[in-house]
Write a protein that binds this ligand. Structure first.
Ligand code: UD1
Ligand code: CA
Length: 454
């Protein structure tokens, strides 16, 4: 049977105290709603309908690249009202999976189980048993069968004792939603149209309410304020860290690891503490990442060792490379195998050939460097003339002396050598030496100036 996903994302999120709508607040580097949409897509739903309201088009614009149907709820009159505004576009048959934009971690497997049990009965919910159920809707059962969901504010003192709560995740027959939602009223403590009132309607129609519990409690934790956001961030990070460890990654301390995106790994990858990985990254076998590195959209081949506090953004790194500590690879840095990039070396939009080395204090921008070349300490490619960027090309087996300024556009040939301290403004031919500096003056028995007294 075909499934529609309906995501509730119109609420204000007042308790975040933020100008950003709550569903756009980031968890692991991605908006809360982004997590829900990502999981919804895995269900292969017929369509995804998202209800937006507060923050309006900011929310829509953040997901303009997604194939989503948007429905506006101009006034936030409650969860039941929110789903009701989708009725004009909601299919007449099939089931709807109803999710909350602020419950980001629900897993595909949980949703699949919910769809299965609900398809049999026509309605099902995800519940959770909590030590402290304060604030949540309580699941009222008799003879083990769900009889009602009672909101905290409407509950009797006995109902307050109930530990099983409504997580706000449902799967309901679309035909029934079309029948029930127009009948909702707001006669309750909050004066809202409660989606949970469809439980009573289902029972009146003689349906049984199916229910499941999630495998992991954090899957159904909602975010209402920044304290909960930070707590859920740690739980989600801890989950991701465990998944990586199951794949064989050696995380020195999973509590000090942050993945804000996707990481593909080979075998025996080792990651030291306080590393942040963002976007889409991959690490080959035996890659070793030192403490405090920040690595974004970067691919690192097998055997490469990255020392502490190195920062990469959109770089491609070959096998058995040695980098850092304190190295910076910016977009377009492309290092072949066996390259060495040492401390305080910045590489931008440059390719560095097999086994070449830049071990100390350098800026290599818009450069093309061949294999087996050595870039002396402190060498700078002067790639910018104030208006345009120019290219530096260095051949194979070149030796660039210490503290050179290579004024681009400039070409240095294969096997060429440049003297320390040179400002190279003209091309250097293959296998030749270029030295550009004033002659040294030497004075014997030189007397330094004396301080005058007055
Ligand atoms: C709801 C449930 C409660 C459950 C809890 C789980 C109801 C009546 N109660 O309560 O049983 O334990 O979730 O977290 O459903 N929203 C809209 N439009 C609205 C109102 C809400 O889009 O008019 C969205 C919110 O943005 C949010 C979701 O619906 O994503 C849930 O709303 P919220 O007000 O947080 O519901 P709770 O009071 O927590
Ligand atoms: Ca509420």
């Amino acid at each position: 049977m075909s499934t529609t996903v309906v995501i509730l994302a119109a609420g204000k999120g007042t308790r975040m105290r933020s100008k950003l709508p709550k569903v756009l607040q980031p968890l692991a580097g991605r908006p809360l709603l982004g997590h829900v949409i990502e999981t919804a897509k895995k269900i292969h739903a017929q369509n995804i309908i998202t209800i937006f309201g507060h923050g309006g088009h900011l929310v829509q614009n953040a997901f303009s690249h997604e194939d989503i149907q948007w429905v506006e709820q101009t006034e936030q009159l409650g969860t039941g009202h929110a789903v009701k505004v989708t009725l004009p576009v909601l299919p007449k048959d099939g089931m709807s999976l109803i999710l909350s934009g602020d419950v980001p971690c629900v897993q595909q497997s949980t949703l699949q189980r919910l769809v299965e049990v609900s398809t049999e009965t026509g309605i099902g919910i995800v519940t959770l048993t909590l030590a402290d159920s304060t604030g949540y809707g309580r699941i009222v059962r008799s003879n083990n069968k769900i009889q009602a969901i009672v909101e905290h504010k409407d509950a009797t003192p006995e109902q307050h004792q109930i530990k099983e709560i409504n997580t706000g995740i449902y799967c309901v027959s679309n035909a029934k939603l079309h029948e029930w939602l127009p009948k909702l009223n707001n006669n309750n403590a909050q004066g809202e149209y409660y989606l949970t009132d469809i439980i009573a309607m289902a029972l009146e129609d003689g349906l049984e309410i199916a229910s499941i519990q999630p495998e992991m409690a954090f899957e159904v934790e909602g975010v209402n304020d920044r304290v909960q956001l930070a707590a859920l961030e740690r739980e989600f990070q801890s989950y991701q860290a465990k998944e990586l460890m199951k794949q064989g990654v050696h995380l020195i301390d999973p509590a000090r690891f942050d993945l804000r995106g996707q990481l593909q790994v080979g075998q025996d990858v080792r990651i030291d503490i306080n590393v942040i990985i963002e976007g889409e990254c991959s690490f080959g076998d035996n890659v070793d990442i030192g403490a405090g590195c920040i690595i974004k959209n970067t691919h690192i081949a097998a055997g490469t060792k990255v020392q502490a506090y190195s920062i990469f953004d959109n770089a491609v790194i070959g096998e058995n490379v040695q980098i850092g500590p304190f190295a910076r690879l910016r977009p377009g840095a492309n290092l072949a195998a066996d390259v060495h990039i040492g401390n305080f070396v910045e590489v931008k939009n440059s390719s560095i050939g097999l086994g070449s080395k830049a071990n100390h204090f350098s800026y290599l921008g818009d450069a093309e460097i061949g294999a087996g070349s050595n870039i002396g300490a402190g060498t700078i490619t002067c790639n910018y003339d104030g208006a345009n960027k120019h290219k530096t090309v260095i051949g194979d087996n070149a030796f660039i002396g210490t503290n050179n300024s290579l004024v681009a556009p400039v070409k240095i040939g294969h096997g060429a050598t440049t003297g320390a301290g040179s400002v190279i403004t003209h091309d250097v031919a293959n296998n030749s030496l270029a030295v550009e500096r004033a002659k040294q003056i030497s004075k014997e028995n030189y007397q330094r100036p004396q301080k005058t007294k007055n």
